[in-house]
Ligand binder design. Structure first.
Ligand SMILES: [Zn+2]
Length: 125
């Protein structure tokens, strides 16, 4: 598990001068991804077992959690990195914006909460 701070460039089609910012990204090696996926699959299996004791709801919950196992395993084992958070200045109005936790799929699209202009966030190489 590796956590690093990366510089970003923020552009908007409405404003010509790009701004900069910083984001924190967490990334996992292949073996760590497998471990995380296995742990999440075990949690699903445990929830399926625990929900077997709930009257009536167990008809839906037990098969639901068991069917979710391959999807959860696949999703988490493919997740190489994740954006933990960050901040930047809006290129149009200069408001400081916060990025919250989300998949790190660049370019990230965001909307300024002050001027309502859409911005595109790129990693700086
Ligand atoms: Zn703005």
């Amino acid at each position: 598990m590796k956590q690093e701070t990366i510089n970003i460039r923020v552009e908007s089609e409405f404003c010509k001068i790009p701004t900069n910012g910083e984001i924190q990204i967490q990334s996992w090696e292949a073996t760590e991804r497998k471990k995380r996926a296995l742990k999440a699959a075990c949690v699903c299996f445990g929830l399926a077992g625990a929900s077997a004791f709930l009257p009536i709801a167990h008809f839906v919950l037990v098969p639901g959690f068991l069917l979710a196992i391959p999807f959860v395993f696949s999703f988490i084992s493919k997740q190489q990195n994740k954006l933990l958070g960050g901040s930047y200045l809006c290129p149009c109005c200069g408001t400081k914006m916060e990025l919250h936790s989300q998949p790190a799929d660049f370019p990230i699209q965001d909307t300024c909460s002050t001027c309502r202009k859409s911005v595109s966030i790129q990693m700086v190489a």
